[in-house]
Design a protein around this ligand. Structure first.
Ligand code: GDP
Length: 444
């Protein structure tokens, strides 16, 4: 899985803060030290790391996080926001020409995934915009390169323009463009040559192609698995070509994440797409915020924290977390929670924000009817005060009475009590830092 090493280390660093009502400056320093090491080990550029750590630390100190509500959650939130900023904040789309065709020139080292990405991008444009792209085979040094692009073109049913290997690449690019204009293609994607490393001849050739066809978009294809080298390559290409965006490939095999986290900060150029597999459909728009959450292994937990923070006042939240920790959460608290949840919105939407839930097969069967919530409440209303505060006394005759009182079937009462107990165990586990407890619950 992508980034697993980094995710695990960042989670460990921040887990130590969990459950602390207050964080000392020494705690913060220790956590930041671990985050710094985690990022360096992930091969993130050291200057990027230094800046990142300083910003997070300043923000944590400056905003009185250390004394506030749930300091560890707030630090997670700051780390997430700063990771997002480091990677560029917003997703950046493709540049488009005022009139067709939009010209996209691909560049990158040999083996980075250029030809594959040309195909993936063409397919994406075709599927999502109903576009009619033309691919230009402009790598004349490797005869196999033209064949490879033709194979890709056939696979996705997109035409490929080629003039063999004896013509100057600048001329091929010009002729290809002319053909696209005649055929009214709306995109032209030029597959240029690569080398094993940057050399002057290659750079001159790419510069000449650029000057001949004036691309609207010059995408640099970079192999994420090469870490710091990827960043150096990006700087090298950018110096000559002034690229307009980066495609980071092989993210599916990148356990470290250094390139993803450094490229934007070092070059100032946005990562526009990421390749996450060898199939033609494995190309995705790069969303810095989603990538940050993924690096932190958090699903969309942050939206959930934000949502709950909005609905709760601090005192309530503090009391609740104490109760969960002491395992004294009872049916009255459950009733409060049901009210809060009903205020927040549809339950199945909220559940999906919990890490591991969105793609959890168990979620398929979760079909929360607002009426179910009212039934749950009716069952609790039919309990005596003693039953609500001491859920352990719930024997069969009490259950039958509650069923009669609430007008719900006994099976539903039993199910609800069972779920309540499971939820209580789960929340207690989560409060002690064992997230997998939650997933185990859902898989039962
Ligand atoms: P080029 O020399 O830059 O044109 O690179 P190619 O397009 O020939 O790709 C080199 C190798 O990387 C091929 O085996 C591709 O299947 C593989 N590849 C490209 N993109 C990805 C990706 O996002 N994930 C994975 N796993 N493999 C990729």
């Amino acid at each position: 899985m992508a980034f697993e090493g980094l995710t695990e280390r960042l989670q460990n660093a921040m887990r130590k803060l969990r459950g602390k009502g207050k964080i000392s400056e020494a705690d913060l320093r220790a956590t930041m030290r671990e985050i710094r090491l985690a990022l360096l080990e992930a091969d993130v550029n050291f200057q990027v790391v230094r800046q990142f750590v300083k910003t997070v630390e300043d923000r944590a100190k400056g905003s009185k996080v250390l004394e506030g509500l749930n300091p560890s959650q707030q630090i997670v939130k700051i780390v997430d926001e700063e990771l997002t900023k480091t990677m560029g904040e917003e997703a950046v789309g493709l540049n488009k020409a005022p009139k067709i065709p939009t010209i996209i020139m691909m560049s990158g080292l040999q083996g980075a995934g250029k030809t594959t990405t040309v195909g993936k991008l063409a397919l994406k444009l075709k599927n999502e915009q109903n576009a009619r792209p033309l691919l230009i085979a402009d790598d004349v040094y490797r005869p196999a390169a033209i064949e490879q692009l033709q194979t890709v073109g056939q696979q996705i049913d997109v035409p490929v323009f080629e003039m063999g290997t004896d013509v100057d690449p600048v001329e091929i690019a010009k002729q290809g463009l002319k053909k696209a204009q005649e055929d009214h293609n709306d995109y032209v994607i030029i597959d240029t040559a690569g080398r094993l490393q940057i050399d002057e001849k290659l750079m001159d050739e790419l510069k000449n192609i650029k000057e001949a066809v004036h691309p609207n978009e010059i995408l640099l294809v970079i192999d994420a698995m090469t870490g710091q080298n990827a960043v150096a390559t990006a700087e090298g290409f950018d110096k000559t070509l002034d690229v307009t965006g980066v495609v980071l490939t092989k993210l599916d095999g990148d356990t470290r994440g250094g390139a993803a986290l450094s490229i934007r900060a070092v070059t100032g150029k946005p990562i526009k797409f990421v390749g996450q597999g060898e199939k033609m459909t494995d190309l995705d728009v790069f969303h810095p915020d989603r990538m940050a959450s993924r690096i932190l292994g958090m699903g969309d937990m942050l939206s959930l924290i934000e949502k709950t923070q909005k609905e709760y006042d601090e005192k309530q939240a503090q009391e609740l977390s104490e109760k969960i920790k002491e395992n004294s959460f009872d049916f009255n608290d459950f009733l409060d929670q049901l009210d809060q949840i009903q205020k927040m919105g549809p339950l199945d939407e909220i559940m999906k924000m919990i890490p591991g839930m969105a793609n959890n097969p168990a979620m398929k069967n979760v079909n929360m009817d607002p009426k179910d919530m009212d039934h749950l409440k009716a069952i609790i209303y039919s309990m005596t005060e003693q039953e609500r505060t001491d859920p352990d006394i719930m024997n069969p005759s009490r259950r039958r009475r509650i069923a009669r009182g609430s007008g719900r079937p006994i099976q539903e009462v039993n199910r609800m009590i069972k779920q309540f107990n499971q939820m209580k165990t789960m929340m207690n586990k989560v409060s002690k830092g064992n997230m997998s407890g939650m997933e185990n619950m859902m898989n039962q």
